[in-house]
Design a protein around this ligand. Structure first.
Ligand SMILES: Nc1nc2c(ncn2[C@@H]2O[C@H](COP(=O)(O)OP(=O)(O)OP(=O)(O)O)[C@@H](O)[C@H]2O)c(=O)[nH]1
Ligand SMILES: [Mg+2]
Length: 429
């Protein structure tokens, strides 16, 4: 959780603490509702941690490649290397934007065929000890598409044992995602799944039918196991193929459906793990989903706080929350979190931030901009609309890369329509 030591996260934590103080003045049913929203924000922003993923799959099924494909970088050794790094132990895989905690089960499925075993094999018992020690957030079961026919009973036994060890130790069963790798190698081999638009349509259809057949077969095998059926959340064919130049840059990127896989995984993760996954994978849909969730939570939080008459001095925590929202969205987009990025953004929106060098200063500058003509109180609708508009502008600017002028226009139009129709604004994307 190194990220949460960042000074700006400390400021966000401080802002949240001050918002909670304000809550003491809010009548109870409302306060309870707001406290829930704060808990949500805490989980997303302040309690973020690396997701814990267990990879189960035979030699060469593509475990290491899948990790690289999720990161879009060469972070794990591919091929039959005898690297012992973290073998059979939880180990951290570091990318530029974050870390995933991985338990690679390499070698345990081949236990029944000792002639193929080597010193890199990990006994099942040590894997089970590891998942008892630290709970997995998800199990990823990898099978090569060209080998789904092969007996995978031994693999399913391993999965079942892991699931039951996790349940005994932690009281809940982890979600299971079955991944058919190497889909690019299915017939017709030369049809590129990752460039669907430039392929012969009937060849592409044929290839996709083969992918579906593989998925169906894999699904049936897993569903035939009582111990696994309930945990299966998806069966998905993918290609993780990436080719690297000797200097580590990408030569060709033939990944297919990795974004979709990341999306399913994202939904299965506890909230604390979602931000890291969105950053690490840089999947736009995840960034948008998270930034949306953050915006809504922050907007209804600010609305709730504004319902009780708050003197103008107390609007600062509200505007601090709004600056925190900008900072949070910039962070989701993969920017190095700093106040500079958020004050630059505010300046682009047209806020005169002057020498803002702390969240509180920026928040002070924001007041007049977001609450023009605010007297001694800010209405709930105005606080809500202003926060929603800031979130919309920040998403457009940081995630979609629109110009400062477009972000500013979006701020104004979103605020106007959210003030006019607050109910509609909350349900819109
Ligand atoms: N074409 C294609 N090749 C893949 C794909 N995924 C992995 N590979 C290749 O398959 C081989 C084995 O992949 P790894 O990622 O090393 O497999 P692993 O499961 O980590 O293997 P072990 O660590 O030995 O257990 C490598 O040559 C990869 O380049 C894929 O989706 N498509
Ligand atoms: Mg490997």
């Amino acid at each position: 959780m190194a990220q949460t030591n960042e000074p700006t996260f400390q400021e966000i934590a401080e802002t949240i603490r001050r918002l909670e103080e304000l809550l003491d003045r809010v009548p109870d049913p409302l306060a309870r509702d707001i406290r829930q929203k704060i808990a949500h924000l805490r989980a997303l922003l302040l309690e973020q941690r690396s997701p814990n993923l267990v990879l189960v799959g035979r030699r060469g099924s593509g475990k290491s490649s899948l990790i690289n494909a999720l990161f879009g970088a060469r972070v794990a050794e591919v091929g039959h290397v005898k690297a012992q790094t973290g073998r059979g132990r939880w180990f951290d895989v570091h990318g530029e934007l974050g870390t995933l905690s991985i338990l690679d089960t390499r070698g345990i499925q081949e236990g029944s065929r000792p002639e193929e075993a080597d010193e890199a094999d990990t006994p099942l018992d040590s894997i089970l000890d590891e998942v008892r020690r630290k709970a997995p957030d998800a199990l990823l079961f990898l099978v090569k598409s060209t080998e789904v026919d092969a007996a995978i009973d031994a693999d399913l036994d391993v999965l079942a044992q892991i699931v039951s060890a996790v349940e005994q130790a932690h009281g809940s069963r982890p979600p299971l995602l079955a991944v058919a790798t190497h889909c690019d190698l299915l017939e017709p081999k030369r049809t590129d799944l990752h460039h669907p638009d430039s392929q012969d349509p009937s060849d592409l259809q044929e290839k996709l039918r083969h992918v579906e057949a593989v998925e169906r077969q894999l699904r049936e095998k897993i569903r035939s196991r009582d111990e696994l059926r309930g945990e299966l959340v998806t069966v998905m064919g993918v290609s993780s193929y990436l080719s690297w130049r000797p200097d580590g840059t990408i030569r060709s990127d033939e990944r297919w459906r990795l974004g979709e896989l990341a999306q399913v995984l994202f939904r299965e993760l506890p909230e604390q793990g979602r931000l890291v996954l969105a950053r690490v994978t840089r999947v736009r849909a995840l960034q948008e989903e998270l930034a949306n969730a953050l915006t809504r939570a922050m907007a209804s939080l600010c609305m709730g706080l504004a319902v009780v008459p708050i003197p103008i001095a107390d609007i600062i925590p509200i505007t601090s929350a709004q600056v925190s929202l900008i900072v949070g969205i910039a962070w989701i987009s993969g920017r190095q979190l700093d106040l500079k990025a958020s004050t630059e953004f505010l300046a682009a929106l047209g806020v005169n931030v002057g020498a803002a060098f702390a969240l509180r200063e920026a928040a002070r500058a924001l007041i007049k901009f977001v609450f023009p003509g605010a007297g001694s109180v800010v209405s709930g609708a105005v606080a809500f609309a202003g926060t929603l508009a800031i979130g919309a502008a920040a998403r457009a600017f940081f995630l979609r890369g629109v110009s400062a002028e477009e972000a500013r226009n979006l701020f104004q139009s979103t605020r106007a329509s959210a003030e006019a129709h607050p109910d509609r604004a909350l349900t819109d994307g």
